[in-house]
Design a protein around this ligand. Structure first.
Ligand code: C2E
Ligand code: CA
Ligand code: CA
Length: 575
C-alpha cells in the first residue's frame, strides 16, 4: 500500500530532475514524503550505490542516512544473500517503468546482526532511468516467531545460505524467465561422507566443515549465481546468464578444488571431497526435474568417484533406470549362479618382486556376466545389492567361493593370502564373525590366510565399529583398510582400530611419480609402519610406480602391471 503511494508520487513527469536536485539539498521533498513511513525506502543508482535512504532505512541500517548514501548497496546486504539480491536489482532495472519485483533478503545491522527484510523493488523511470526504488519491511521478528512456531524459515541457520524452500522459490522464478540466448544451470554439490565426520569426530566438527564449505562456495560465485543449502549434506548453485557457455562447468571444477583444500577443525586438519552434478535448465524443466537431474548426476559422480563435475544426460537417465532393473534382477541372478569370482594377484615388493615373481596372495572381486547386458560393473551392482538388502547374501557367497579357492591354491606348501571385500552393511551384521568362521571351516582354510577389506569410509570411530572389528580379529582373520586416503582419516582414530593392513588408494599410486605424490605416499607408509600395519598399493600400472613404491618400503603391490582380476582357470600359469 505504502509502496504504491510512493510510486504514484514518483511517477510524474520531471521526476529525474527532482531526484537529481534533492541530493545536494538539505530539505528534500523526497525526505518530506518518506521520512514518516514505517517502511524503509532506499534508492539505488545505476552503479549499485545508495542514492537515498529515509529515516526507517537509517534505523534498519543502524546508521544515519548520511552514512549510508553514497555507499555500495552490496556492503549492506548480508553476504550469503548478495548474489541473489544483486541479481534481483539487475532484473528490476530491465523491467518496464513502474513494474515491481519481490525482494527477500537480509541486511547487516552493526549491533543487532542481520535483519530479514521483505518488500518490493521498483523501476520508477523504466529501463532508461537505471535507478531502483526499494521499499522494505523488517520481518526479522515475525520470521523468528514463525520459525519458533515450526513454520518455514528461509535461511539455513548453520551456514546462513538460503534453504531449500527459498532456493526452490528462486529456481521457480528463474525457470519462469529463462532467457532464450544463454542457458541456465543447476549445480548440486554433495559433500562426501559427512556421516563419518559427525560420528567419527562430533557434530560440531560436521557443522564446522559445512560452514567452511559454505563460505568457500560463496566466495567463488559471481553476483548472478545463487547458492543454497539443499539438504543436510548438499549445497546447490543456480547459475543464470553465464558469461560463457563453459562457465557453469568451470565453476563446478573450481568448487571441487575449493572443497578439497584442508580444513582445520580444532587440532585436526581434514580434507573434504564432494561430488558435483550439473544439469541445464530447459524450456520443459520443472523445479523437481531440475533438482532430481542434478542430484542424479551428483550420485553418479559419487559412485564413480569423479573428482570434477558430472553432467546430467540421457545416459544417466538410462543409468537410473538400470539401477532399478539390476536391483530387481539381483536375487534371481544370485540364485541361478550368474555371479563369478575373479582374483587379482597381490605381489610382495621385497627381493624377487622386482623380477616379478613374488606372488603373495589374491583379492577376490565379484563379477556379473549378465546374460542380456554383458558384464555389469561392481560399481553398479554393489550399490544395487546394498540398496536392496542383497549384499549380505552376495557377500556370503563370495566369501565361501574365495575360501574354497584359497584352500585349493594353498594345498601345496604355499601360503597365499585371500582378501575379500566386505561392505559397510555387512560389518553392521552381528553374525558376520560367525559367517567368517563357517566359511573358513567349510573350506578348511587357516584364518590367518583370510583378509577382510573394509573401505575407509565405513570405519567410523564408534564403539560399535571397534567391537565389530574386534570380533573379526577374534576369528583370526586380518583386516585391511581399503581405499586409504579417500575418506576422513583422522590418524588419531586409526590407532584405535584393530586393523592389520592398509591399502593405499589408486589415486595416490597414480601420483607417486610426482614429488608431492611421493611425499604423500611416504607419509602414509611411515604412519602405517608406526602402527605396525602391512601396506599394499593399489592400481599399480607402470614399472616406474612399482619401483617408487618398493623404494618407499611399501610391502605389497596390486594392479594391472602385475595382473588383472581373472577367473581361477586363467590364473594357473601365475601360480
Ligand atoms: P576395490 O576393492 O578398491 O577393488 C579394486 C578395483 O580396482 C577393482 O575394480 C579392480 O579391478 C580395479 N583395479 C585393480 N588394479 C587396477 C589397475 O591397475 N588400474 C585400474 N584402473 N584399476 C585397477 P572392480 O573389480 O571393478 O571393483 C570395484 C569395487 O567394487 C571394488 O573396489 C570394491 O569396492 C567393490 N567390490 C568388488 N567386488 C566386491 C565384493 O565381492 N564385495 C563387495 N562388498 N564389494 C566388492
Ligand atoms: Ca578391495
Ligand atoms: Ca581399493
Amino acid at each position: 500500500m505504502l509502496a504504491l503511494v510512493i510510486v504514484a508520487a514518483l511517477g510524474g513527469a520531471g521526476l529525474g530532475l527532482w531526484w537529481g536536485g534533492r541530493r545536494a539539498q538539505q530539505r528534500d521533498p523526497l525526505a518530506a514524503l518518506t521520512d514518516h513511513l514505517d517502511d524503509a525506502v532506499v534508492l539505488v543508482g545505476a552503479d549499485d550505490t545508495i542514492t537515498y535512504a529515509n529515516h526507517a532505512a537509517a534505523a534498519l541500517a543502524g546508521r544515519p542516512s548520511d552514512a549510508i548514501v553514497g555507499t555500495a548497496i552490496a556492503g549492506w546486504i548480508a553476504r550469503p544473500d548478495r548474489p541473489a539480491m544483486q541479481a534481483a536489482l539487475a532484473r528490476v532495472r530491465a523491467l518496464p517503468r513502474g513494474q515491481a519485483s519481490r525482494i527477500l533478503g537480509r541486511l547487516e545491522h552493526p549491533s543487532e546482526g542481520p535483519r530479514t527484510v521483505r518488500g518490493r523493488a521498483y523501476n520508477p523511470l523504466g529501463p532508461t532511468g537505471r535507478e531502483v526504488a526499494l521499499v522494505l519491511r523488517d520481518i526479522t521478528v515475525s520470521e523468528a516467531l514463525e520459525e519458533g512456531l515450526g513454520r518455514r524459515a528461509f535461511w539455513d541457520s548453520l551456514t546462513g545460505l538460503p534453504n531449500r524452500d527459498l532456493f526452490t522459490d528462486r529456481l521457480a522464478h528463474a525457470l519462469e524467465r529463462l532467457p532464450a540466448a544463454t542457458p541456465s544451470y543447476l549445480l548440486v554439490i554433495g559433500v562426501d561422507d559427512l556421516r563419518s565426520v559427525n560420528e567419527g569426530l562430533d557434530l560440531a566438527a560436521g557443522d564446522q566443515l559445512l560452514r567452511t564449505l559454505a563460505e568457500r562456495i560463496q566466495v567463488s560465485l559471481r553476483p548472478d549465481d545463487t547458492p543454497a543449502r539443499l539438504t543436510g549434506d548438499a549445497f546447490a548453485v543456480l547459475v543464470e546468464r553465464p558469461a560463457s557457455p563453459g562457465y557453469a562447468a568451470e565453476l563446478g571444477e573450481r568448487l571441487s578444488g575449493m572443497v578439497r583444500l584442508p580444513i582445520s577443525i580444532g587440532e585436526l586438519t581434514i580434507t573434504a571431497t564432494a561430488a558435483i552434478g550439473m544439469t541445464v535448465l530447459g524450456a520443459d524443466t520443472t523445479v523437481e526435474t531440475a533438482i532430481s537431474e542434478a542430484e542424479t548426476a551428483m550420485y553418479q559422480a559419487k559412485a564413480t568417484r569423479t573428482a570434477g563435475v558430472v553432467s546430467y544426460d540421457d545416459s544417466l537417465r538410462r543409468g537410473a533406470a538400470t539401477q532399478l532393473h539390476l536391483r530387481m534382477e539381483l536375487p534371481r541372478a544370485l540364485h541361478q549362479g550368474q555371479f563369478r569370482a575373479a582374483y587379482q594377484p597381490i605381489h610382495a615388493t621385497s627381493g624377487a618382486a622386482l623380477r616379478g615373481s613374488a606372488l603373495a596372495g589374491f583379492e577376490a572381486l565379484a563379477r556379473w556376466p549378465h546374460p542380456g547386458r554383458g558384464p555389469v560393473s561392481p560399481a553398479e551392482f554393489i550399490p544395487a545389492a546394498e540398496a536392496s538388502g542383497m549384499i549380505g547374501e552376495l557377500g556370503r557367497w563370495i566369501l565361501g567361493e574365495a575360501c574354497q579357492q584359497a584352500a585349493l591354491w594353498n594345498a601345496g606348501a604355499d601360503r597365499y593370502s585371500m582378501s575379500v571385500n566386505v561392505s559397510g552393511e555387512q560389518l553392521g551384521d552381528p553374525q558376520l564373525a560367525e559367517h567368517l568362521s563357517a566359511a573358513l571351516e567349510a573350506a578348511d582354510l587357516p584364518a590367518e590366510l583370510l583378509i577382510v577389506e573394509l573401505t575407509e569410509s565405513v570405519l567410523v570411530d564408534t564403539a560399535g565399529t571397534i567391537d565389530a572389528l574386534a570380533a573379526l580379529r577374534e576369528v583370526g582373520v586380518g583386516i585391511a583398510i581399503d581405499d586409504f586416503g579417500t575418506g576422513y582419516s583422522s590418524l588419531a582414530y586409526l590407532q584405535r582400530f584393530p586393523v592389520t593392513r592398509l591399502k593405499v588408494d589408486r589415486a595416490f599410486t597414480v601420483e607417486i611419480c610426482t614429488p608431492s605424490g611421493r611425499k604423500l605416499v611416504r607419509g602414509i607408509l611411515d604412519l602405517a609402519r608406526e602402527l605396525g600395519l602391512s601396506t599394499v598399493a593399489e592400481g599399480v600400472e607402470t614399472r616406474a610406480q612399482l619401483e617408487a613404491l618398493a623404494e618407499l618400503g611399501c610391502d605389497y603391490v596390486q594392479g594391472y602391471l602385475l595382473g588383472r582380476p581373472q577367473g581361477p582357470e586363467d590364473l594357473a600359469d601365475v601360480l
